[in-house]
Design a protein around this ligand. Structure first.
Ligand SMILES: [Zn+2]
Length: 164
């Protein structure tokens, strides 16, 4: 069953339970993370490169969810003695997004944040620091959203609640 198709049906109403299928897939994915980054990358059909392995180790090895910028990733790698150009870091993070290992979040302006939690979830954005904080699934009630234009379907949605 495709949970995303369900989003565009039912008169535009979204219920948290509709994301259950996606969450089940994510639980399986998390189990994979507990293995090795090599298995993670191979499971996502990504060719093993030194850069991908270094970034995957940084993002997934401890199994914790995090929100990161490309700049943060480049800085952390640099401090660990791994010099990788920022453009290469961006390309690698984007390949992870395309492979479903990361979710990209636009927080306004030019800021792009990459989220290791790929499950549907919403965020608080602390404007003074740019920090994103996860909101537990089911805590945001969107109520009614419009039907997508003819011939289009809802692929996903983001809710960012700005806080001080
Ligand atoms: Zn998140």
């Amino acid at each position: 069953m495709d949970s995303k198709n369900q989003l565009s049906s039912r008169s535009g109403f979204i219920e948290p339970s509709q994301h259950l299928a996606a969450r089940c897939v994510f639980s399986y994915f998390r189990t994979m993370i507990k293995k090795t980054v090599t298995q993670l990358l191979e499971g996502a059909n990504l060719r093993l490169t030194r850069t991908r392995k270094a970034i995957a180790q940084l993002l997934y090895e401890d199994g914790l969810n995090r929100h990161v910028s490309a700049e943060w990733v480049a800085r952390e790698l640099d401090e660990a003695g791994e010099k990788i150009a920022l453009a290469t870091v961006y390309n690698t993070l984007n390949s992870f997004v395309e492979a479903g290992l990361l979710r990209q979040i636009q927080t306004g302006g030019q800021a792009v944040i990459f989220d290791t939690n790929t499950d549907e979830h919403c965020h608080f954005l602390r404007e003074s620091t740019g920090e994103l904080i996860d909101i537990a699934p089911g805590m945001v009630d969107l109520g009614k959203i419009p039907e997508p234009p003819t011939g289009m379907r809802v692929k996903g949605w983001d809710v960012i609640i700005r806080v001080d």
